[in-house]
Write a new protein. Structure first.
Lengths: 333, 624
């Protein structure tokens, strides 16, 4: 009950935050975003046409009025149609967000699980060979340009210059239409191509994020290992593995969980522009990038709003998770 | 004093191996191993025991189509999609160079009245749209000329945000007035009359010799009103045409086209398409003879902006069939670029050719900027001309071609590129040859010194290539004595921002490129016609009475020696007045798998994809 009350309280408190985010984002879009008029009008526009399109796109209306219209869109969750393609913004998100999520999720899970594992190992062997090996790997992962890693992994795993195991780029096509196809065959089709297309982007993403995760997690775990209770546990003769997993890791979970949950909104909605661009994945990251560069405001507004909302929920989720990890945490004011 | 040891585990016992053997760890390990096993091909390919779909041609482009609505599709990538799905009156012959027209949906060429004002077009009977839920019962209905009239109305209806209105603005009787009076679709337009379902009469305000060319463009597609009513704003994602293909799926990464089962009988004829065995014999096009079009049941168009991804995908062998050699790899893949010759390893896998752009790159001066263009003070205007001449003399097209285009481009003086009727191959090369001594002489004649030279603002987007272009330009200007600090780069975050600044006359030096809409010099000369000044297409804001008068005269002239002479006269004026430094016709090294029969073109070609064919003797290929 206390948790529920807390969640509702946080939700109410987050309303001004949402207003703030939408206001800042909208101001940036209006004053610094590209003007779509000239792209819409073709090669030989007249001054009259420019004025007419300005009117049509609402550019001639006062800022406040435009912002209020934006807020109405946020409340009704109806962002209209993309100016570039004419597609409903809701359809664009419905089509692209699951793809981005499907690509990002395995990497997100693996890099966090492996990151915790490697951090435990490095912290346990602090100052010795395995610690140094893990840290060198982490620094390499953090230092090498993401772009280079993408290209290198693509060449190693997907081309005739390397192992040639996976496709260079692409995403799952609709399955072929056979008259007597079973649901199992369709499911197998999606399952097979999902792993085929997601493998190299996942490996790339894991390689890059593992360095950051491991370094952060290791620092947290090392700090925890210096606490008195660890020494006490050792004095009681508790095994090292048990101490690391059951005590050290559990107590280090608050910063770890915070980091993991806070990065969730970006996994869910923001997509990954570089991966989507290089691996030909029709996700939301690329759509957002194109919308920003083309000045397709309906799409940008929707993505910004959704990201802000999910972020607020992630913050609440983080606070709730604290209680489960550490029952001493109190939600009272 | 009790010391805190570095490692808390050293208090009691020496380190032992950590015991990470929980069920969760085991499950994770098993999952990773299972995934790895699958990844290396441990699983059977889906549907591999069933009859496979027909062969698929996988084309690739360097940019993405955003919409396939003929009213809005303006890029080359969108044009390719539109002409593959929708029909137009005419199209270009697949193989004829220079480009020649042929009827597509039209029956023969139009009948033209003696005064050149009335055109009568007939279209084929019995041509049907692809089946689609927008039609009653889902069956595509017959195409009529009313669909063309409707399509033209959409181009003039501001509500559709059309891109192609400028093509016919002021040309067709009553069309501009129809727009001005509120775009009422039920109102008749005097210049667009359906004599019957298959005959259209177009009446012009004044002769417009390029009219037939414009009827090959995607903007001039036959669009069924039912589709627009059914799909509304999403018509750009759900195109319904009578062309060779229909859309199966479309995203910003890929479009899948399948054969329109209602497509009329059309057979390939080498002679009709302008085949030249002497220059095209190497391409294996003879197998197309007599083939029913479209040649493939399914075509995938992969939109691949990343050069290296595109190359890796092409070189892999079973992903895409057609692509371009990235500029960075040309030395690895080719022995010669002009004409293209591949190294033996790649020649075994691919065919290829360097295909010139149907357009050119140039750099305009903003003539409305008094620092470099027109000036109220006649003396300053004279000096500005000498300054522009000096900059042109310092502009090294050869070097630009070598550094950025591997020397594949074709440099020409003036604004009429090779392959156009009025191109003059005998123009002096001085206009495009860097001559630093001459440039300094121009500056001296204009009384320009490092102290009084104006700042030069070089515009462009904030991309690496634009910044490199600028650095190269600055190097040349320094060689002619321009102070380094007076040569500035003005960047814009996106092309849209740059375009807006250009249209608002805010940019001084304007590097640009132009893709021709049709093979007539008028399409480039209009770029310097005074009334087309910014925000129109004349971004140099050049406004010369003599040029304008000549343009007005030639606008209504039919092709012929007299018109060509005037076109060349206009080109000469451009060379003398220097509102621009031009030009370079770029070239791309296209390659495709040897089993594919294809002939690329950068032209505004009609439905290029319907000719693509995969030789049946080639081994089967599938999705990865």
């Amino acid at each position: 009950m206390e948790t529920l009350q807390y969640a509702i309280r946080k939700l109410i408190y987050s309303i001004p935050l949402l207003f703030g985010v939408t206001l800042i984002a909208f101001t940036l879009m209006v004053y610094f975003g590209p003007d779509l008029t000239y792209s819409i009008l073709g090669k030989n526009a007249t001054a009259g046409q420019i004025e007419a399109v300005h009117r049509q796109l609402g550019y001639d209306q006062p800022f406040l009025q435009r912002y209020l219209m934006f807020l109405r869109e946020v409340f009704t969750f109806d962002f209209g149609n993309s100016i570039s393609s004419g597609e409903k913004v809701a359809s664009i998100l419905a089509r692209t967000v699951p793809v981005s999520l499907a690509v990002a999720l395995p990497a997100f899970v693996i890099s966090n699980v492996l990151g915790v594992g490697l951090a435990l190992m490095a912290a346990y062997h602090r100052g010795r060979f395995w610690d140094k090996a893990v840290m060198v790997f982490a620094v390499v992962g953090m230092s090498v340009s993401y772009l280079m890693i993408v290209i290198a992994f693509q060449i190693i795993f997907s081309t005739t210059y390397g192992l040639n195991w996976f496709p260079v780029q692409g995403w799952i096509d609709p399955p072929p239409e056979y008259a007597d196809v079973s649901w199992f065959e369709i499911a197998y089709y999606y399952w097979y191509y999902y792993w085929l297309y997601v493998a190299v982007p996942t490996m790339t993403s894991v390689f890059v994020s593992l360095g950051y995760n491991t370094r952060f997690f290791r620092a947290v775990i090392v700090e925890e290992m210096n606490r008195d209770y660890v020494r006490t546990a050792k004095a009681y003769g508790i095994g090292n593995g048990r101490i690391m997993i059951k005590h050290v890791l559990k107590n280090a979970m608050i910063p770890i969980i915070t980091r993991i949950i806070i990065s969730l909104p970006f996994v869910i909605i923001a997509g990954n522009l570089v991966l989507e661009k290089f691996f030909g994945i029709p996700g939301v990251g690329l759509v957002t990038y194109d919308a920003i560069t083309n000045g397709d405001l309906p799409v940008v507004k929707a993505v910004v709003t959704c990201t802000a909302i999910i972020y607020v929920f992630a913050l609440i989720l983080t606070d709730i998770a604290y209680k489960f990890i550490d029952p001493r945490v109190s939600y009272s004011k | 004093m009790l010391e805190t040891p570095q490692d808390p585990f050293t208090i009691k016992n020496p380190p032992v191996k950590p015991q990470f053997r929980s069920p969760a760890c085991k499950a994770l390990t098993a999952l990773i191993l299972a995934w790895a096993a699958l990844a290396v091909g441990g699983c059977k390919k889906p549907f591999s025991d069933r009859e496979q779909l027909n062969r698929v041609f996988r084309f690739s482009t360097a940019g993405a189509a955003v919409t396939i609505d003929p009213a809005q599709a303006s890029t080359a990538y969108e044009g390719l999609m539109v002409t593959s799905i929708y029909d137009q009156f005419y199209e270009y012959k697949y193989l004829a160079r220079p480009y020649e027209l042929k009827p597509r949906l039209a029956v023969g060429m139009p009948e033209v009245s003696d005064d050149g004002l009335v055109y009568t077009f007939r279209i084929q009977r019995g041509v049907r749209y692809a089946d689609d839920p927008c039609f009653p019962g889902g069956a595509g209905r017959e195409v009529t000329v009313h669909d063309f009239i409707y399509s033209m109305q959409r181009q003039f209806d501001p509500a559709t945000l059309p891109q192609g209105e400028w093509v016919w603005r002021g040309k067709i009787k009553g069309l501009d007035e129809w727009k001005a009076s509120g775009s009422d679709y039920s109102a008749e337009i005097e210049g667009l009359r359906a004599l019957d379902d298959h005959t259209l009469q177009i009446t012009l305000n004044q002769p417009f010799p390029q009219l037939v060319y414009t009827l090959t463009m995607g903007y001039a597609s036959f669009v069924p009103v039912e589709a627009v009513a059914y799909y509304g704003k999403e018509i750009g994602l759900n195109p319904v045409g009578s062309g060779p293909y229909k859309i199966d799926s479309f995203s910003t990464r890929k479009a899948i086209l399948s054969k329109n089962r209602n497509y009329r009988e059309e057979y390939f004829d080498l002679t009709e398409e302008g085949y030249d065995p002497a220059t095209q014999g190497w391409a294996g096009l003879e197998v197309l003879q007599g083939l029913r079009l479209p040649a493939m049941d399914r075509v995938e168009v992969h939109f691949m902006k990343e050069n290296m991804t595109r190359w890796n995908s092409l070189n892999k062998g079973n992903e895409i069939h057609f692509g371009t050699i990235p500029i960075e790899l040309t030395h690895m893949v080719t022995t010669q670029l002009k004409p293209l010759q591949l190294k033996p390893y790649y020649a075994e896998k691919f065919r290829g050719m360097s295909s010139p752009d149907f357009g050119f790159a140039y750099m305009n001066f903003n003539m409305d900027d008094p620092r470099i263009g027109y000036n109220d003070d006649p003396e300053r205007e004279r000096r500005n001309l000498l300054l522009r001449q000096a900059i042109r003399a310092g502009f090294d097209w050869e070097q630009r071609n070598r550094r950025f285009y591997n020397g594949m481009g074709e440099i020409f003086p003036g604004i009429i590129p090779p392959r156009l009727d009025a191109h003059d191959p005998d123009l002096p090369r001085d206009f495009i040859t860097a001559d630093y001594a001459q440039a300094k002489a121009y500056l001296q004649a204009g009384g320009w010194t490092p102290e009084n030279l104006p700042e030069l603002e070089y515009g462009g987007t904030a991309s690496v290539s634009h910044i490199q272009f600028f650095e190269q330009f600055r190097g040349w200007m320094e060689k002619i004595g321009y102070p380094r600090e007076k040569i500035l780069l003005r960047t814009f975050a996106t092309f849209g921002d740059y375009n807006k600044a250009v249209r608002q006359k805010e940019v001084m030096l304007i590097p640009m490129a132009w893709n021709l809409d049709y093979p007539d010099s008028e399409n480039v000369l209009q770029l310097y016609y005074g009334p087309n000044k910014s925000p129109g297409s004349n971004s140099s804001n050049y406004d010369d009475p003599e040029f304008n008068e000549l343009f007005r005269q030639t606008k209504t002239m039919q092709p012929g020696p007299e018109r060509t002479a005037r076109y060349r006269q206009m080109n000469q004026l451009i060379l003398e007045d220097v509102p621009t430094i031009a030009g370079l016709m770029r070239s791309k090294p296209h390659i495709w798998h040897r089993d594919v029969v294809f002939y690329p073109s950068e032209s505004p070609h009609g439905s290029l994809l319907k000719y693509a064919y995969i030789n049946p003797s080639a081994p089967e290929e599938g999705q990865n």
